[in-house]
Write a protein that binds this ligand. Sequence first.
Ligand code: NAP
Length: 272
Amino acid sequence: MTTLGFIGAGNMAGAIVRGAVAAGADPKDLVLTDVNPDAAARLATELGVRAVASNLDVVELCDAVVLAVKPQVLSAVLAEVRESLAERRPLLVSIAAGQTLEKLGRMLPPGLAVIRVMPNVNAMVSAGMAAVCGNAHATADQVGLVVDLFRGVGQVIELPEKDFSTFTAVASSGPAFVFTFIEALARAALKHGVPKPLAVRIATQTVLGSAQLLLARAEDGVTPADLVDMVSSPGGTTVAGLVAAEEAGFSPAVVRAVEATIARDKELGALA
Ligand SMILES: NC(=O)c1ccc[n+]([C@@H]2O[C@H](COP(=O)([O-])OP(=O)(O)OC[C@H]3O[C@@H](n4cnc5c(N)ncnc54)[C@H](OP(=O)(O)O)[C@@H]3O)[C@@H](O)[C@H]2O)c1
């Protein structure tokens, strides 16, 4: 059995551990730590997993270690546990945004298996979308183990690392774009007299239902454009709104948002 440890017990680690337990992992095989011992202890108590005192303890105890800290503290964390990593040689899993396998490799003892994962915030409600990519030392079984882990909190794809920046923009920053869209839709309803909480509920359920409809019909080859056509009757209300949205630059605004995110991801990767 693989003992899986988490360095950093924040939002993402909490979601992943919760998902692993719900998917049937034995809580005894899950270990976590955090710079704030209270945060680790709270999560451990809630989920019946083990909290340990230090990052070193996690490396000493675990066959696989998930690095679930913010990218800016990653190099300090890895420097702190480097000797133990060289000796114990666990599988390392990084979820840090913008940290390439090549860069992680430079911070680590040579020859370690490393798997990079880009999750998204929707993992918190088990509706995540994650991408996974292993380095040259990671075996197919190790990649499979990580894919299974993230399946506990949503959908997972294996993706070449060259596409990670784009995936980050669409899937990891994407929720922020969608929340902004929901907020704008609700504000428009508010402008027309619908109370804000009700407007938010209407807009949110509309986005959720639209995504569910698209997912259900996509299996039969139906595209988003097909569904746009389906709800746009000739000379009707929806097409009038769509034309106005395009005149206001809706599609180019979305593309620009994604491009700016990709550019910033690459910039941060180069800086770190
Ligand atoms: N949240 C997302 O939607 C999302 C999406 C994709 C990728 N990610 C990646 O997931 C990683 C974790 O993100 P998150 O949102 O879970 O962050 P988070 O909630 O801030 O969790 C990180 C945890 O690590 C702790 N920590 C800081 N320094 C530490 C150290 N030296 N040793 C041990 N623990 C330490 C933090 O404590 P303090 O709070 O005291 O610093 C915090 O409790 C990041 O690398 C991020 O890029 C997140």
